[in-house]
Design a protein around this ligand. Structure first.
Ligand code: C5P
Length: 239
């Protein structure tokens, strides 16, 4: 399996805060997650800023709607892979999320739309991962079974992987094979605050459970020095 990679969740308010952080972490973080907060405020401006710097963008908008609407939204997302001014070195959209709650037909429509639009534009198709159960949801009876059921659905529909907590990662890895991607948020280094996350784990535990991508937000964003916090996590991931 490829080495586990760090994804920084750019959950910030202003473009200026994001720009400072991206510059500060330019040599250490390769993948940046743009979620609903940033995208609602700054839209393609923020994704293009990252892409023009050759950074990989993970667009985390967790699409969940009727199949036709999700297919159209995915088509628009794939369109973000094309630079409006033909920049060389402009990175295509790397990864995006849809919500598995949307069901098989919606997930299949998402995959088909991404394939068709990537082909039409001559760009690499972004990886599509399905959100299973948010990591802010506390553990309850049958949660593992529910996450696994949604992960199976995602795989059957042709998705590349899922977003799940570290607590379900090993099960998903065992049941769905080594090539199915597992993205795990809710990562908390031993000394960090939990915030609103409930199903959390350290970076090392996440790697041991089979995660391919660790999503980290507040433990880096709210650290006195985000750069030091990021480097510390990267160091812990190497061990
Ligand atoms: O700040 P923190 O490290 O908790 O950020 C986690 C990020 O991962 C947030 O951007 C959140 O939206 C996202 N996420 C999550 N749980 C999921 C899917 C995405 O926490 N299941």
């Amino acid at each position: 399996m490829k080495k586990t990679q760090l994804i920084l969740a750019l959950d910030l308010e202003t473009f200026e805060e994001a720009r400072v952080l991206i510059d500060e972490l330019a040599d250490s973080v390769e993948i940046f997650k743009v979620g609903s907060q940033m995208f609602t405020a700054h839209g393609p401006f923020i994704t293009r800023y990252l892409q023009s710097r050759g950074k990989k963008v993970f667009l985390d908008l967790k699409f969940h709607d009727i199949p036709n609407t999700v297919a159209s939204a995915v088509k628009s997302a794939v369109g973000l892979s094309v630079s409006p001014n033909g920049d060389t070195g402009f990175a295509p959209l790397y990864m995006m999320t849809v919500h598995t709650v949307g069901g098989k037909e919606m997930l299949e429509a998402a995959v088909q739309a991404a394939q068709a639009q990537a082909k039409a534009l001559g760009v690499t198709r972004p990886l599509i991962v399905g959100v299973t159960v948010l990591t802010s949801t506390a553990k309850e009876a049958n949660l593992e079974a529910l996450v696994l059921e949604r992960a199976r659905l995602a795989k059957a529909a042709g998705l590349d992987g899922v977003v799940a907590s570290v607590e379900e990662a090993a099960l998903i890895r065992r049941e769905l094979g080594k090539d199915f991607l597992i993205v795990t948020p809710g990562i908390r280094p031993a000394d960090a605050s939990l915030n609103d996350q409930k199903r959390v784990a350290t970076p090392q535990a996440a790697i041991q459970q089979g995660s391919n991508f660790l999503v980290v937000g507040r433990p880096i964003l709210q650290a006195p020095s985000p750069r030091t916090a990021a480097l510390k996590i990267l160091e812990e991931m190497k061990r």
